[in-house]
Design a protein around this ligand. Structure first.
Ligand code: NAP
Length: 306
């Protein structure tokens, strides 16, 4: 079986930072990623809170992270991890669709994905007007009207981004107050193309071949109205990418991986970093910080068990 000192699963900011620190510490480091390296920031329009870069596109920052990790000669492999099997000797067998790897240390850095809404029409119109990625799809809505669902930072920031293309952007939020940061909300509310639709829940997405309108219900008045839109962008939070985790480490009920402050999971030799963790803040900068700490904990573990 292939043997490795450190296997990092996921090549977002947490995994790529762990790769930089792991290689820099001299560990034989393999990064496994099933898609394109970069993680969620690949589909983030603009990052304005990575220190030192006043503003940068998500894809641009992801590219810099990857280049940096490659510069330290971290090895990358495209594969899907199916299972983790902790062994009695403290190693973990990483079962992928391309074979098994015996790893002395593993860092789970698989991040999170966008939650689905579940209303009628969402599934049917995904790719036909329903989207979870403004950067990917905004250009399809040039001079058209769209709706954003959600009231967090992602919803409000991506609504602002969408105004560069769409003629009008409704933000449909279920409460009378946004969850997003005050500055982000202020910027959106000063944008004449943004129309907030507060206290409202999305009941249905309607159309023929593509989205034509949304049906929203005001939770305070009970009023139901139809808003004509060509696109619906759903940003209602995230869930962990951890189908392969099983019971290899302890997680919360929702599947977020529980770690201590050194990124150690409940299983010796398995660490976790970034958005997949049970943590109060999911940011690029916290993911990167987690990645560094996880790599140093993994280094200490490998040195002790070599
Ligand atoms: P979030 O902060 O969890 O916000 C999710 C939003 O969706 C909330 O407004 C929530 O409403 C709403 N929502 C949840 N379920 C819903 C449902 N079934 N129907 C309708 N609305 C629903 O998620 P996020 O915006 O994706 O952000 C995730 C994390 O990344 C957060 O910690 C956020 O601060 C961070 N983030 C930071 C930045 C930045 O700093 N630049 C940018 C993006 C994301 P309620 O408010 O009523 O619960």
């Amino acid at each position: 079986m292939e043997k490795r000192e450190l296997v990092i699963i996921g090549a977002g900011p947490a995994g790529l930072t762990a790769a930089i620190y792991g290689k820099r510490a001299g560990l034989d480091t393999l990064v496994i990623e099933k898609g394109k390296p970069g993680g969620q920031i690949l589909i983030t329009s603009e990052i304005e809170n990575w220190p030192g870069l006043v503003t940068e596109s998500g894809a641009g920052l992801a590219e810099k992270f990857r280049y940096h990790a490659e510069n330290f000669k971290a090895e990358f492999r495209t594969a899907t991890v199916m299972r983790l099997e902790p062994q009695a000797n403290g190693h973990t067998t990483v079962v992928t669709d391309g074979g098994e790897i015996d790893a002395m240390a593993v860092i789970i850095a698989t991040g999170a994905y966008f939650r689905k809404h579940g209303c009628p029409g969402e599934k049917e119109f995904t790719g036909a007007g329903v989207s979870y990625c403004a950067v990917c799809d905004a250009n399809f809505f040039e001079e058209l009207e769209v709706a954003v669902i959600g009231g967090g930072n992602t919803a409000v920031e991506e609504a602002c981004y969408l105004t560069q293309f769409a003629s009008k952007v409704y933000i449909v939020h279920r409460r009378d107050e946004f969850r997003a940061d005050r500055l982000v909300v202020e910027r959106a509310m000063n944008n004449p193309k943004i129309v907030p639709v507060m206290d409202s829940i999305l009941e249905e997405i309607e159309g023929a071949d593509t989205v034509e309108r949304i049906v929203v219900k005001n939770v305070k008045t009970g009023e139901v109205k139809k808003i004509p839109v060509d696109g619906v962008f759903i940003f209602i939070g995230t869930l962990p990418n951890g189908a392969f985790i099983g019971d290899s480490v302890k997680t919360t009920e929702a599947g977020w991986v529980i770690t201590d402050q050194n990124m150690k999971t409940s299983t010796p030799g398995i660490f976790a970093a970034g958005d997949v963790r049970d943590t109060g803040l999911r940011q690029v900068v916290t993911a990167a910080g987690d990645g560094a700490r996880a790599a140093m904990s993994a280094y200490a573990w490998v040195v002790e068990h070599r």
